[in-house]
Design a protein around this ligand. Structure first.
Ligand SMILES: [Zn+2]
Length: 274
């Protein structure tokens, strides 16, 4: 799943290879996928992309936005493998391919589910609710994401719900999903199940700092090791809390792994206070 860190890493890589390149042609749904969500037919994708120049690639929260001339954007999100290869080596297993004027190609392959949206920024803002949320979101690594902003966005000063529901549900912090949540909470020494009404001021500060530091580290190291970049290389960030691990990396206790509020939580019952 592409979350905040990976979106930034992939957008940076794409920007380097796609900026000022022209899309010579596209291949649409070479291998159809039931959970590939598109918002227009092939004709529209083709007319908006073919013979158009790519201006830049940027990330907004967990969305990767390929900015095309005439204010058009191709927006990618969720569980999508984006790959950069020689046009001769692209294979068949993709739902969209951009063939570039330098004989390279970008392919988009949906894994579990994902979307490939197209339109002008205006259209996307008007019709795609989650695009709008991502577009308008405050980057947690920016100075604008203050402690006060963090508390307001997550409702952390209210008296309802748990730490997981505050931090990683309902797009409170767009792009912070279940994947990055586990390490953020481990680094903050807080259990996902902890009721927010029981959080001390200090624990709230720890959560705030952990969001900034953990995501910054993921970006610096090229994304999580569970994800591949556009060259097929895994990220250099070694995920601490994964289903593959049984012991706490800090104290050696048996990790708890359980379904909780949509998706699995993984935590150390000793290090992470509930
Ligand atoms: Zn532990």
């Amino acid at each position: 799943m592409i979350e905040l860190g990976e979106a930034r890493v992939i957008a940076n890589q794409l920007s380097k290879v796609l900026k000022e390149k022209t899309i010579k042609n596209i291949i649409y749904m070479k291998t159809p996928h039931k959970f590939c969500w598109v918002n227009h037919d092939e004709k529209t994708y083709s007319s908006l992309l073919k013979n158009k120049q790519i201006e830049d690639v940027i990330a907004s929260a967990h969305y990767i936005r390929i900015i095309i001339e005439s204010d058009v954007e191709l927006v990618i999100g969720e569980d999508v493998q984006i790959s950069y290869n020689k046009a001769a080596d692209i294979g068949d297993k993709h739902q969209l391919c951009l063939l570039l004027d330098d004989n390279n190609a970008i392919t988009f392959k949906i894994k579990l589910y994902g979307f490939l949206l197209i339109g002008t920024k205006k259209e996307l803002l008007e019709t795609q609710k989650y695009y709008k949320i991502a577009y308008e979101s405050i980057d947690p690594l920016s100075d604008a994401f203050t402690y006060e902003c963090f508390v307001k966005q997550t409702g952390l000063d209210s008296n309802k719900g748990s730490v997981k529901s505050a931090l990683a549900t309902e797009q409170h912090i767009p792009g912070l999903g279940n994947g990055v949540l586990q390490d953020i909470l481990f680094n903050a020494n807080v259990s996902p199940r902890k009721k927010i009404v029981t959080l001390s001021h200090n624990e709230k500060i720890q959560l705030y700092n952990s969001i900034k530091n953990t995501i910054a580290k993921m970006i610096k190291l090229g994304g999580r090791d569970s994800m591949e970049d556009i060259y097929g290389n895994p990220g250099g960030y070694k995920t601490l809390m994964t289903t593959k691990k049984d012991k706490c990396p800090s104290c050696g206790s048996e990790l708890k792994k359980e379904a909780y509020l949509g998706g699995k939580v993984i935590y150390c019952p000793k290090c992470q206070i509930e």
